[in-house]
Design a protein around this ligand. Structure first.
Ligand SMILES: C[C@](O)(CO)[C@H](O)COP(=O)(O)OP(=O)(O)OC[C@H]1O[C@@H](n2ccc(N)nc2=O)[C@H](O)[C@@H]1O
Ligand SMILES: Nc1ncnc2c1ncn2[C@@H]1O[C@H](COP(=O)(O)OP(=O)(O)OP(=O)(O)O)[C@@H](O)[C@H]1O
Length: 255
């Protein structure tokens, strides 16, 4: 669910959103090398320049607090597609802040780390927690909560979506009412205000959405491009996975 409640004067949007942690993600390995000059190297990205990588930017934010300098080599096995609305970069940044805080003995507490996380992106503070949560504000108010258990089928349309494209769209509904507490776990109310914009702007995604309807109720993750469906039982989930495999890459997870 992603409800857009308002647009703030700084352009950011006030949200109410359910964030579910998935048992799947990028793998990151950190190796240290003795040195009095702290720095990081990153491998696992083909085209992204070092300084554009959110992992590098996370490391830079910690530099003023380093008490035990060393060089850290970070190896990333990227599994989450880029621009998928699954928080690939944001989760990399959160893992980097937490791990370097320990390796460099920065000794920042959870509150200080969350403040640094928010500088990197609105959903980085969520990924610091490692727990599913109701997220409000622009992403900084996080209340741990579970919403769903069962099977989630992720569908990956073959195109990335830049978050800004959706948030800057003139057609985006920006005056949604927040869902009351008692309805938060009712999946019938899990609308995503970004879905109409994504379906109108990206014809390939609209086509995929229509191919699966009415067999599956597809939902949008964040600002896309990932679509997903929820199932209570494994047999139905596997049947639908077989059906969508003819259209796009996908992954079935039990949560
Ligand atoms: C909406 C979500 O995609 C839900 O998963 C996330 O909250 C976005 O989080 P994120 O990728 O960490 O976002 P940021 O890197 O901070 O922002 C990217 C762009 O999205 C827009 N943005 C983001 C979050 C937010 N609450 N309001 C916004 O308007 C802004 O235009 C911003 O320039
Ligand atoms: N470590 C990283 N992993 C992935 N993308 C990164 C990384 N660092 C910088 N980027 C840039 O961030 C952009 C958004 O990528 P990302 O995969 O985080 O999108 P997303 O999952 O839609 O993000 P979110 O859901 O947090 O809005 C990419 O186009 C890429 O250039």
């Amino acid at each position: 669910m992603l409800r857009i409640l308002a647009q703030r004067s700084d352009g950011y949007h006030a949200l109410q959103s359910c964030f579910e942690v998935l048992p799947w993600g990028d793998e990151m390995t950190f190796f240290t090398e003795k040195s009095q000059q702290p720095s990081v190297t990153i491998c696992g990205f083909k085209t992204l320049a070092l300084t554009d990588n959110i992992i590098y930017r996370a490391a830079e934010l910690l530099k003023p607090f380093i008490q035990a300098p060393c060089v850290v080599h970070i190896k990333v096995n990227k599994k989450i597609p880029s621009g998928a609305g699954l928080g690939g970069g944001s989760s990399n940044a959160a893992a980097t802040l937490k791990t370097l805080n320990t390796l460099w003995k920065c000794r920042l507490d959870a509150t200080s780390l969350s403040a640094l996380a928010l500088k990197l992106g609105a959903d980085v503070p969520f990924f610091m927690t490692g727990q599913s949560a109701l997220v409000t504000g622009i992403g900084e108010h996080i209340r741990p909560m579970r919403f769903f258990s069962g099977y989630i089928l992720l569908l990956f349309p073959p195109l990335p979506i830049a978050t800004e494209t959706v948030f800057n769209h003139p057609g985006l509904k920006r005056n949604q009412t927040p869902l009351p507490e008692r309805l938060l776990r009712d999946s019938n109310f899990w609308i995503n205000d970004c879905l109409p914009v994504v379906l109108s702007e990206f014809k390939e995604i609209k086509k995929l959405f229509d191919c699966c309807y009415p067999a599956m109720r597809l939902r949008l993750s964040g600002t896309g491009s990932t679509l997903f469906a929820l199932f209570d039982d494994k047999q139905t989930a596997l049947k639908q996975q077989k059906m969508v495999s003819q259209y796009c890459r996908n992954r079935l997870l039990e949560i």
